[in-house]
Ligand binder design. Structure first.
Ligand SMILES: *[C@@H]1O[C@H](CO)[C@@H](O)[C@H](O)[C@H]1NC(C)=O
Ligand SMILES: *[C@@H]1O[C@H](CO)[C@@H](O)[C@H](O)[C@H]1NC(C)=O
Length: 445
């Protein structure tokens, strides 16, 4: 296959039920063997199990007991307090997600390429706005050779279902980009060079034209850098915070990664404390942030300083430093507008503060939307509707706000970064997103 040429695709429609993925993309590799057989057999078994579970959910009309659904394992997975109605509201298909996640834990193996040196490879920021870029690389690479075959990382590439390219676009920007040159071309050159090395030294990239490979970047320029290698852009799974569908992000192939801002590398203590209930939230909505980009501009123009008592909207002028999270904990809704790019760390912060996020972003593919129904724990407002923001939120009945808040509480753990990773936390949810996309791909041999 010539570089840049897309792999032959044929679509086999499968019913991965409500899990958003609906087609298996078959990639016709030129080479035989490389023991894709076992790997594909494992994936087939997982697909079949997930389909069975998904059908079970539908047969039960979204409720009831039987088989997996309602079993002790299943309830433990979702946490004892969650009832089936809530689960069905928040998860697209709780039975299918449970099965898919368990299959991932049982089978999924990722090979991490060892080529290259820090700081641009094998290392990324572990603090501030791009935290997830460094933390994901670190958490995957810190996994040591398992004695007992546990863990997602494998050192045997012939057993791998997916291949990780541990590059950091944030680090490239830090070490290679020379402001104010505006010359971002070196980022693409590094990416192209790295993929060339990996493709020359190992047979796996050419086998699938990159389709079973993935990268992760939280930097605004991640999508730009990924264009440095046409197959990476077109075929590989790009896990990105900047998941702007108007800029080539494809939700069925790429992975939307939550942006999490850890100022000093740790979860803010204020957000770890138990969050107040609705009765202790006198504010309708809250926002504070800079005038970054046109969405912020519209928001601040309409709402800044209008009503500090119930609808506080600040530019960088909070009454007291350190008030930020306490506002979030006293508001029923937290406004999460796009900044210079679509994602906002406020979505994660709001959920941790149990404040219902109001996502104001056009073309933003939300994280984990393949398993979560965002409408069950957030409100989406189009940029054009910013002038009517207050009425829109006021019109939501109290009982519905409470339902949204219960949804927020349920998904909270998916948006927590733990050290070391825990079941269903952000690290593992990102892996699960990759797993689902890999399940949608069948390599021929
Ligand atoms: C993969 O393809 C590239 C471009 O055609 C080629 O240069 C490289 O040697 C191939 N890799 C292997 C391992 O054959
Ligand atoms: C998303 O991409 C489009 C097309 O490049 C761009 O016009 C828009 O501003 C982007 N959205 C944000 C919030 O950056």
């Amino acid at each position: 296959m010539a570089p840049g040429e897309a792999p032959a695709r044929s679509f086999v429609v499968v019913v991965l039920a409500v899990i958003a993925l609906s087609a298996i993309v078959a990639v016709a590799g030129k080479k035989k063997a490389l023991s894709t057989v076992d790997v594909e057999d494992e994936l087939d078994a997982a697909r079949a199990a997930i389909r069975r579970a998904a059908r079970q959910h539908h047969r039960r009309g979204g409720g009831g007991e039987g088989g997996d659904v309602g079993s002790a394992n299943w309830l433990r997975f979702y946490g004892g307090e969650a009832d089936y109605d809530l689960l069905s509201r928040v998860y697209r298909n709780p039975a299918a997600f449970y099965r898919s996640y368990v299959e991932m834990e049982r089978r999924f193996k990722v090979y991490v390429y060892e080529e290259g040196e820090p700081p641009i490879l094998h290392e990324g920021p572990c603090k501030n706005i791009y935290t997830i870029e460094g933390r994901f690389i670190e958490q995957l690479e810190l996994m040591s050779p398992p004695d007992d075959d546990g863990g997602v990382r494998t050192w045997d590439p012939t057993r791998a279902h997916a291949f990780f390219l541990p590059l950091s676009v944030s680090q490239m920007v830090k070490f290679v980009y020379r402001p104010p040159s505006q010359d971002r071309a070196p980022l693409r050159a590094i990416v192209a060079d790295y993929v060339r090395v990996v493709a020359a030294r190992h047979p796996f990239w050419n086998r699938s034209a990159g389709a079973d490979h993935f990268m992760l970047s939280c930097h605004d320029w991640g999508p730009y850098a990924s264009r440095g290698q046409p197959e990476l852009y077109t075929n590989a799974i790009r896990a990105l915070c900047n998941a702007n569908t108007s800029e080539g992000f494809r939700p069925g192939k790429d992975v939307s990664v939550p942006e999490i801002n850890l100022y000093d590398g740790d979860m803010p203590r204020e957000l770890l404390a138990p969050a107040p209930g609705l009765e202790s939230r006198p504010l309708l909505a809250f926002f504070a942030g800079g005038r970054h980009g046109h969405v912020r501009d519209v928001l601040l123009r309409h709402w800044k300083g209008r009503d500090a008592a119930t609808f506080p909207v600040y530019e960088y002028d909070l009454p007291a430093a350190g008030d930020y999270y306490s506002f979030m904990r006293r508001a029923r809704f937290c406004l999460c507008p796009s900044g210079h790019e679509v994602a906002s760390p406020r979505v994660v912060e709001a959920i941790q503060a149990e404040c219902v996020p109001v996502v104001i972003a056009d073309g933003y593919a939300l994280p984990f939307a393949d398993v979560l129904r965002w409408e069950a724990f957030s409100v989406a407002v189009a940029v054009g509707d910013i002038p009517r923001l207050r009425e829109t939120l006021e019109r939501i009945p109290a009982a519905e706000v409470e339902r949204l808040r219960r949804g927020v509480r349920l998904v909270k753990r998916h948006l927590m970064l733990q050290q070391p990773p825990r079941r269903l936390d952000m690290f593992n949810m990102i892996l699960h997103s990759v797993w689902l996309r890999r399940l949608n791909l069948r390599l021929h041999h």
